[in-house]
Design a protein around this ligand. Structure first.
Ligand SMILES: Cc1ncc(COP(=O)(O)O)c(C=O)c1O
Length: 398
């Protein structure tokens, strides 16, 4: 029998649900259709001017036309160390920083550096689509911990206790969360960190939305509140969400020196350094102040309030108030089973497809986030589009 054309490891990987819906919506738009996209996981603002200028200058300098060390420009690693202490209070050496092609690449490196086949990784659900696939690519086993509105989409110590086994290697932690917008209060972050330290398991904590927190909610960094985990803790962050720089592809991981060394070796063979010019842009971003970030946050906060209210006004839609990031994650479970225009909505996959076909609105079905019955709607879009898009959903479902 001929051997399969594709490796078993890669054949088992699902396409990113978020990128798939975004591509469909963009294709419809390109063909002239008036589509409102709630799928995007990126700020709708341009990158701040001073960051673009730094990149323009770098483009003109031959110094930036060449490879950098695989782990990144030394001055960028120092600036990331300073920025980390400023923003989260975590003190790290530049040598504990590995700069990669976006937070996604940093996460991939981090899982690859620590997870062996057979290791179990605790992944609270709803989860960001790429976490489980990355765990699987490392040979690890995903142990899903389902959460609902009842606990504010936050995992509890009881759940963690019930799920932990002798094979548990790591807990994946993210706050603010994509897709739910949940933010763990500082005391819960500390308790979970202390629990992980006592169990001797790793924590991979994704801090990419650290600055996008609203109302009285506060971001808190686990290795700061629970220093006992520092020797087994990896922090992932990047410029994408805080500085509207998704396309520049700069993210990083921060961790104990042995893990950074191992992940740097991996990256040196896989991709070498992240784009030199993009690193120059990231250097300007993290060395500057947070004025542009705070301006975006204000706009997101306004849209968050509007979208949360409008969604809850739709019969059959229940939306928990997001506390961070830029997503609403409403439940459409009461809508499922309805037949609209001869089409029965059995699942949120059906609903997303029907909304794109009949209302020209793109939402991301919860199935990809381990949460069928829900959907993710980004509020990183203009206020008028937001209102029009939600009213199209309301009209379709009425
Ligand atoms: C929770 C989370 N982590 C990491 C990333 C990766 O960000 P990037 O690779 O654009 O830096 C994203 C992007 O959507 C995200 O939502």
């Amino acid at each position: 029998m001929p051997s399969p054309r594709l490796s078993a490891r890669i054949s088992g990987i699902a396409e990113s649900a978020t990128l798939a819906i975004d591509a469909q919506a963009k294709a419809l738009k390109a063909s002239g259709e008036d589509v409102i996209g709630f799928g995007a996981g990126e700020p709708d603002f341009p990158t701040p001017g001073y960051v673009v200028e730094a990149a323009e200058k770098a483009c003109a300098l031959p110094l930036y036309h060449h490879y950098t060390p695989a782990a990144g420009l030394p001055e960028l690693k120092s600036a990331i160390a300073r920025k980390t202490e400023r923003d989260s209070g975590l003190e790290v050496e530049p040598g504990q920083v590995l700069v990669s092609n976006g937070g996604k690449h940093a996460l991939f490196n981090a899982f690859s550096a620590v997870i062996d086949p057979g290791d179990e990784v605790l992944v609270p659900a709803p989860y960001w689509v790429s976490y489980p696939e990355m765990v699987k690519l490392s040979g690890g086993t995903v142990v899903e911990l389902a959460t609902t509105e009842e606990t504010g989409f936050r995992v509890t110590i009881d759940q963690l206790e019930r799920a932990v086994t002798a094979k548990t290697k790591m807990l994946l932690f993210v706050s603010p969360s994509n897709p739910t917008g949940a933010v763990y209060p500082p005391e819960e972050v500390r308790t979970i960190g202390e629990w992980a330290a006592a169990k001797g398991i790793w924590v991979l904590t994704d801090e990419i939305y650290e600055h996008l927190v609203y109302g009285d909610n506060r971001f808190s960094s686990m290795p700061v509140s629970s220093p006992g985990i520092r020797d087994r803790c990896i922090v992932v962050n990047g410029v994408a969400k805080s500085y509207a720089m998704t396309g520049w592809r700069i993210g990083w991981m921060i961790g104990p020196p042995d893990v950074i060394k191992a992940a740097t070796s991996l990256q040196s063979h896989a991709t070498s350094n992240a784009s030199n010019v993009a690193q120059a842009a990231a250097l300007a971003a993290v060395s500057g102040d947070l004025a542009a970030t705070h301006e975006m946050r204000e706009a997101f906060d306004r849209r968050r309030t509007a979208m949360h209210k409008l969604l809850n006004e739709i019969d059959g839609v229940v939306c928990y108030e997001p506390q961070g990031a830029f997503y609403c994650f409403p439940s459409f479970r009461e809508v499922l089973g309805r037949t609209i225009g001869g089409r029965t909505l059995h699942t949120t996959l059906d609903l997303a497809s029907a909304l794109l076909d009949h209302a020209r609105v793109a939402i991301v079905p919860g199935e990809g986030f381990g949460a069928p019955g829900y959907a993710r709607l980004s509020y990183a879009l203009g206020d008028d589009d937001l209102t029009e898009g939600v009213s199209r959903i309301a009209d379709y479902l009425s």
